[in-house]
Design a protein around this ligand. Structure first.
Ligand code: PLP
Length: 359
């Protein structure tokens, strides 16, 4: 229990967003992406609420270990594959699926007989310019993977979309086309789509979709809100007012005196700061909700606190709840105000902020 900053996690909303992904890509398996502590929402609670998923995707071995510890027996894919020899023992023991995107990973695995049974996902670069083999070497890479997997298993071929946040960008169509041309007739399972692909590019659906951000009720498209995509926000970040002070015109508020009261004002102090995950660059004027009404943040965000102008909310009082994002206050809007993206805001909610699970 926390009377200061806490994040309420609505598992019903999470589940309805999962069904939205099913509805959007009805013929695909769903690999629910739960990296970075399920985008800050809490891996364990999220994975347990998504038992209908066909698998989970994580970015780090310790995230996969957390899933197995939580009793998750599903397929778990390490999205960046093994990074060091010393990870291989855990990978085998936990029966993880692996992305292989680089020859150094083949070099590691080829020395280890246990990988004859591994489930490999070969990642190719179709235009992201980050991870993945060059499609022009595709035949050679596939042959190398088949030699490694002595046991006859389906290989999976994947790629990642670079510009799927923009529905009008034809780079996405070109990536999909290039990749499907390469995979055509190879008798492998195929995976292309992130959330943007899942919602907007049916051609990208194929055998496996890999939605992340949409599961948390957040729009993958720049300039759109979750609700525009029939998604429901899962996280509500909130805290309380721990002071309401009368300040005179001209008095300054907080570090550096960044804000000076333009009139006699009521200033609230909310118990949340950058150490909780409220970005320090969140500017004056960014709204919060107090008793369902908007009020502007003022001055510098400090480590544990931030100030709010309560002059237009005469009924507000110390002890009132303050919502930073969630519900009627979309995290997409707060991210834009803070010069960030909603992905970053939710995944940076700090460990000291308790997640209160609503199921
Ligand atoms: C993070 C990630 C995803 C999910 O992306 P969203 O934009 O959050 O849907 C899918 N695939 C890979 C390889 C990823 O790293």
């Amino acid at each position: 229990m926390s009377f200061a900053a806490n994040a309420e996690i609505d598992l019903k909303a999470l589940h309805s967003n999962f069904l939205r992904a099913r509805q959007a890509a009805p013929h695909s398996n769903i690999l629910a992406v739960v990296k970075a502590n399920a985008y800050g929402h809490g891996t364990e609670a999220v994975a347990r609420a998504l038992t209908e998923a066909d698998g989970f995707g994580v970015a780090r071995l310790n995230e996969a270990i957390a899933l197995r510890r939580a009793g998750i027996r599903h397929k778990v894919l390490l999205l960046e594959g093994p990074m060091h020899m010393d990870e291989l023992a855990d990978i085998v023991r936990l029966e993880l699926d692996l992305v292989i995107h680089h020859t150094f990973q083949f070099d590691m695995l080829e020395g280890c007989a246990q990988f004859q049974r591994a489930n490999l996902w070969l990642k190719f670069d179709s235009g992201m310019g980050r991870l993945g083999f060059d499609i022009r070497n595709g035949g050679e890479i596939l042959a190398r993977a088949r030699r490694l997997q002595a046991v006859d298993q389906p290989l999976r071929l994947m790629t990642h979309l670079a510009n799927a946040d923009d529905r009008d960008d034809d780079h996405t169509a070109r990536q999909i086309e290039r990749f499907l041309e390469f995979t055509d007739g190879r008798d492998c399972e195929i995976s292309i789509a992130n959330s943007g692909g899942t919602l907007a590019w049916a051609q990208s659906h194929q055998d496996w979709v890999r939605p992340g951000i949409m599961l948390y009720g957040i729009s993958p498209f720049a300039g759109r809100l979750g609700r525009d995509c029939d998604l429901a926000p899962v996280m509500r970040l909130r805290t309380r007012l721990i002071a309401k002070n009368r300040m005179r015109k001209g008095q300054s508020v907080g570090y550096s005196g960044l804000w000076r009261c333009p009139r006699d004002s009521w200033v609230g102090i909310a118990a949340i700061g950058y150490a909780d995950g409220l970005p320090r660059h969140t500017p004056t004027g960014t709204p919060v909700l107090i008793n369902g009404e908007k009020a502007p943040l003022i001055g510098r965000v400090s480590m544990d606190m931030v100030a709010v102008d309560l002059s237009d909310l005469p009924a507000s009082a110390a002890g009132d709840e303050v919502v930073l994002w969630g519900g009627e206050l979309p995290v997409e809007e707060i991210a834009r105000a803070a010069g960030s993206i909603p992905y970053e805001l939710v995944c940076r909610v700090a460990p000291r902020v308790p997640r209160l699970i609503l199921d």
